[in-house]
Design a protein around this ligand. Structure first.
Ligand code: FAD
Ligand code: DLZ
Length: 510
């Protein structure tokens, strides 16, 4: 009897564990574009194009490899609009002995799939996702008994496990585990940022763009100028482009923000790594080779590898250890609604406008825009975690719950009480001024704090510090902030809190 092998939209690799030991002549691979997955959040239009097109290309590749593939293309009139319904129908059609799939990346879907064996009346085998370097169990074993989980220590374990950037004596290459201190330069236009890697849409992608324009035009963003890779081969081209042209400067300008450049020296590889078009370990190995062959400096290569081997694995471990409760956390007690300008970019704050506008056009913003601009604002303004989390899940081409949620709820909003990060990434306008050239072009004045044209980040920062004294005053990494706050004259503190109160009462007008 045949097995039914389900491959999800973010599992697009021939090495996916669900395909291991399968029989091409007997088993049937099922892939489906379904309404429920395309609409559980307001996915950016480019994300839907990317996934549907990449799924279609991958299904063709499987067929040419000799697999029998049942592929459902999206149509609003399709009878089956959920993965469960499509799988249920195919189980009956082929009289499947068993459903085999690889564990998915979201609690929501994982919970559904876990009930299929009962609801569909067929055994369901859920295999580990071997694309990750640490299994869920390995992470849980590492975390057990630790009072605080810190990425840096987990990352060192992963360096030892993979041997990436390790000497034969088991020491870190370059004599240090972490070169982050070298990675904080402001970018002033030189060296020139590389041209972006572009793939022009082929016939399949053009069909999908037309489909998204027709059926998903109410979703955030636009399909205009779609240029993502949609095959493993082209994603490999994107990796090579990054290694050749951007990696050498990746470290120096990792934290920089520009008023004119959307992409700077970032890799733009997360949409491909997360959907299966690129393998994370292979990406890290390619970067390490660039250092060994003298094509990129150690601060760039170590910094890049740390993001994938460290942060990416770390947040995934945290997600699976703590779901589903993690998504409900709101330890700072935030109650404010997400301002509407997150969806329009229509705000006079230049940094926010630029980050949101790039997000709308590209389904991409780099890490520091996500963390220190849109994230920082949501933290300072006390936005409800579920609203800001849903925004981040919707707007980026690389967004999946397992990686978005810990980054937003933990790293940005500190809503988990410091489980993921030892201190909140709260910052005033001065930080944005130091790392970008936005402030010179902004309606608001970064050197002012209490006036009506003062940068909102300034007063909001002190309001955040003041209102969360009980949460942070004893945090050794926050002590200096409280000493600075307490040192200010009472009239100054009052003026700052008054200005912040006005801002919070009028968020939509900023
Ligand atoms: P680069 O800067 O070139 O970094 C290289 C790679 O490292 C990335 O491709 C990614 O795979 C990995 N990486 C870097 N930082 C992180 C991190 N903090 N967590 C996990 N992986 C990381 N990343 C996602 O993949 N999906 C998300 O939904 C997502 N949401 C985020 C939300 C917020 C608020 C923040 C602060 C970060 C988020 N990140 C997310 C992490 C990071 O911002 C993106 O991975 C990165 O911007 C992707 O662009 P890039 O490929 O050019 O990354
Ligand atoms: C994000 C997404 C979208 C937009 N559409 C589909 C789809 O139609 N079919 C599918 O199999 N997967 C899709 N996905 C990805 C899933 O919603 C989900 O995020 C991941 O499979 C979790 O691992």
């Amino acid at each position: 009897m045949a097995n039914l092998i389900l491959i999800l939209g973010d599992q697009l690799t021939r090495d996916i564990s669900a395909l291991e030991n399968a029989d091409r002549d007997r088993d049937v691979v099922v892939m489906a574009e379904v309404h429920d997955e395309a609409t559980y959040t307001n996915h950016h239009q480019k994300k839907i194009v990317l996934l549907f097109s990449a799924m279609r290309h991958f299904a063709r590749q499987l067929e040419s490899d000799g697999w029998q593939v049942h592929y459902q293309s999206y149509h609003p009139d399709n009878q089956h609009q959920s993965l469960e319904a499509v799988v249920g129908e195919q189980v009956k059609r082929i009289n499947a002995e068993k459903v085999i799939t690889t564990e998915c990346g979201e609690w929501r879907l994982h919970d559904q799939i876990s009930g299929w064996h009962k609801r569909l009346g067929v055994p369901v085998e859920i295999r580990p996702d071997t694309r990750f370097i640490a299994s869920k169990q390995e992470f849980a074993d590492w975390a057990e008994g630790r009072k605080q989980l810190r990425m840096e220590f987990f990352y060192r374990e992963m360096r030892r496990k993979t041997g990436l950037l390790m000497t034969s004596e088991g020491e870190p290459e370059g004599g240090q585990w972490n070169f982050d201190a070298d990675n904080r330069k402001k970018w002033t236009g030189k060296p020139q940022a590389p041209a972006q890697f572009r793939i022009e849409p082929d016939a399949i992608t053009r069909d999908v763009i037309a489909l998204v324009d027709e059926h998903f035009s109410d979703h955030f963003g636009t399909t205009d100028d779609f240029h993502f890779a949609v095959t493993a081969e082209d994603a490999q081209g994107a990796l090579e482009h990054f290694i050749d042209y951007a990696l050498p400067c990746f470290g120096d300008y990792q934290d920089a923000i520009s008023d004119t450049e959307d992409w700077l020296f970032h890799s733009i590889l997360s949409p491909y790594i997360n959907s299966g078009l690129l393998d994370p370990l292979t990406v890290c190995e390619a970067a390490a080779r660039a250092w060994y062959s003298g094509r990129a400096p150690i601060n760039a290569v170590e910094g890049f590898i740390r993001q994938i081997l460290g942060w990416r694995e770390f947040v995934r471990g945290i997600y699976w250890m703590n779901m589903p409760g993690y998504a409900q956390e709101n330890r700072l007690g935030n109650t404010r609604a997400l301002p509407w300008f997150y969806w329009t970019g229509d705000t006079k704050m230049r940094c926010m406008h630029k980050a949101i506008d790039a997000t709308r056009r590209n389904a991409y913003a780099h890490h520091i825009q996500r963390l220190m601009v849109t994230g920082n604002f949501a933290l300072l303004a006390g936005i409800k975690p579920e609203e800001i989390c849903d925004w981040y899940l919707a707007v980026y081409a690389d967004a999946y719950d397992w990686v978005e949620l810990p980054n937003v709820l933990g790293m940005v909003m500190h809503a988990d009480g410091g489980y993921l990060g030892s201190k909140p990434y709260a910052a005033s306008g001065k930080y944005i001024q130091r790392m970008s050239d936005h402030c010179a072009n902004c309606h608001y004045k970064v050197n002012k704090s209490t006036e009506s044209d003062a940068c909102p980040f300034n007063a909001l920062y002190w309001h955040f510090i003041d209102r969360h004294r009980d949460d942070f005053a004893k945090n050794p990494r926050m002590g200096m902030m409280y000493r600075n706050w307490d040192k200010q004259k009472p009239e100054r503190r009052e003026a700052l809190l008054r200005r912040a109160g006005d801002l919070l009462a009028n968020l939509e007008q900023l």
